[in-house]
Write a protein that binds this ligand. Structure first.
Ligand SMILES: Cc1ncc(COP(=O)(O)O)c(C=O)c1O
Length: 454
């Protein structure tokens, strides 16, 4: 079995960093100019997590490609970490929002688009009642609030390694049975032990135990963990989770913000899950802020029953701009014309090509790594088999190696997601785009093993 020497990783990373700096002078200047203006020195807090010495500044993006301010072009396999999963500025979306923009953008009144969206979501997901927000974070926050309201229970259960946005009660981690704030979590409002139970993904016995106290309103989870590295559900996990949650009267909220890569009705439709509530944000507006959450008729009735008919005010969910006319127009067009079965077929084809190319290199060089694919989402990891829990991912992650792979691709015109070498394909991604990545990946592996790049 080939061994990757640590010193080689370190040397290659140093070489790639200096190559990046010399080919991104304008981005460097803008990063330096930005720093004194912003909290943490960057425009958005997560930018500090990009693997390059500073981030590229974008000039424009179209379809599956991005151009930066230095004129470097990239095949974009990051796609805004799913926000642009259906390609940058799809033509039909641009046309629709350009037309809509002159008719007023937000009225605090409904439009017909909202009805068409809810009907289409029901057709895809099978849930009849929906509501709108601007972000997946808010959709998760409101779904969990509703779960608390209708069950009268205080806590939520999440899995270690989860990410559901900046939703306070989910920013928890499991440390030898203790529940602590996620590392890096700033200013947790209350002790998480008052709000949250955390267990390992794929551990049904722990779920059973955690729900047995009778204080959990809902389980909030992705169908597979995608934010801790890809952690796939064991066979039978979802059936077990559904059975246990039902038996304990606990609502099951499925957050498909990332796993919508599984198909036009998400993992829920592809694998016949039966959530009580469903959340989807990020790509549903094609980049225009929008998110949705939906629920069964039973949950909706229990919610409605809480409202006082003489004073039916709902406080704590909603938002002035939620469901604004522009975002609803965007969502409708995306659902009707872009997030389609036909486009998914193409996305799956190129994602399969991406996966196969990576696997071919792993086989050729007998590297004990694995590659996983969830529809249009592909990710590789530095262990022979996919990991079953977030803790396993944490313990086996080689950050230096991840950084090198990311930067090596970036320096050669392919952008992959920072954090954990994750890639997405869009309707605009071509076979040539994917081939480009696969050749670069192979070159990087060759260099890591002491060969010259092809
Ligand atoms: C599964 C999941 N849910 C929710 C969110 C939050 O999305 P947003 O930051 O758009 O609110 C994310 C963000 O990465 C996510 O991965």
């Amino acid at each position: 079995m080939p061994r990757i020497e640590r010193q080689r990783v370190t040397d290659l990373l140093a070489r790639e960093k200096s190559r990046f700096v010399s080919s991104h002078s304008r981005s460097k200047r803008l990063a330096e100019e930005s720093a004194p203006h912003f909290l943490a020195g960057v425009q958005m807090p997560w930018l500090v997590e990009w693997e390059s010495p500073f981030t590229v500044f974008v000039e424009k993006a179209l379809g599956a490609h991005i151009t930066d301010v230095d004129g470097n072009e990239y095949v974009d396999l990051c796609l805004g970490d799913t926000g642009a999963m259906f390609g940058h500025s799809p033509k039909v979306l641009v046309q629709a929002v350009t037309e809509a923009v002159g008719n007023g953008l937000t009225y605090m009144l409904p439009t017909e688009d909202g009805i068409r969206i809810a009907a289409e979501l029901e057709r895809r997901i099978g849930l009849p009642r929906w509501s709108f927000t601007l972000t997946a974070t808010d959709a998760n926050r409101f779904a969990t609030r509703i779960a608390r309201a209708i069950t009268g229970r205080q806590k939520i259960l999440v899995f270690d390694g989860c990410y559901h946005g900046t939703h306070d009660e989910t920013l928890a981690r499991l440390d030898d049975g203790a529940i602590n704030p996620r590392s890096g979590s700033v200013g947790p409002p209350v002790d998480l032990n008052l709000t949250t139970r955390v267990v390992e993904f794929n551990d049904l016995r722990a779920v059973e135990q955690a729900l047995s106290y009778g204080d959990v309103a809902c389980v909030l989870t992705e169908p597979a963990l995608t934010n801790a590295g890809m952690v796939l559900p064991d066979p039978g996990f979802h059936e077990g989770l559904r059975e246990i949650t039902r038996r304990h009267g606990v609502l099951l909220i499925i957050d498909e913000t990332h796993t919508i890569s599984s198909g036009f009705g998400g993992y829920t439709r592809a694998f016949a899950l039966e959530p009580d509530m469903f959340v989807l944000g990020k790509p549903i507006g094609g980049g225009i802020p929008a998110a949705v959450y939906g629920c069964t008729e039973e949950i909706a009735k229990r919610f409605d029953a809480l409202l006082d008919p003489s004073h039916p005010v709902v406080v704590g969910i909603g938002g002035t701009l939620a469901g604004n006319a522009l975002s609803l127009r965007a969502v409708r067009v995306m659902l009707e014309q872009v997030i389609t079965e036909q486009n998914y077929e193409h996305m799956f084809d190129v994602a399969a090509q991406l996966e196969a190319g990576i696997q071919k290199t792993l086989d050729e060089y007998e590297l004990p790594w694995h590659v996983t694919r969830m529809g249009a989402r592909v990710e590789y990891g530095h262990t022979p088999e996919p990991r079953r829990t977030a803790r396993e991912v944490e313990e086996t992650t080689d950050s230096e190696l991840e950084q090198l792979l990311h930067l090596y691709c970036l320096n050669r015109g392919v952008m992959i997601t920072p954090f954990h070498n994750m890639m997405l394909t869009s309707p605009a991604t071509t076979a040539a785009d994917v081939e480009r990545h696969n050749n670069i990946f192979r070159d990087c592996i060759r260099e890591l093993l002491g060969h010259t790049a092809a």
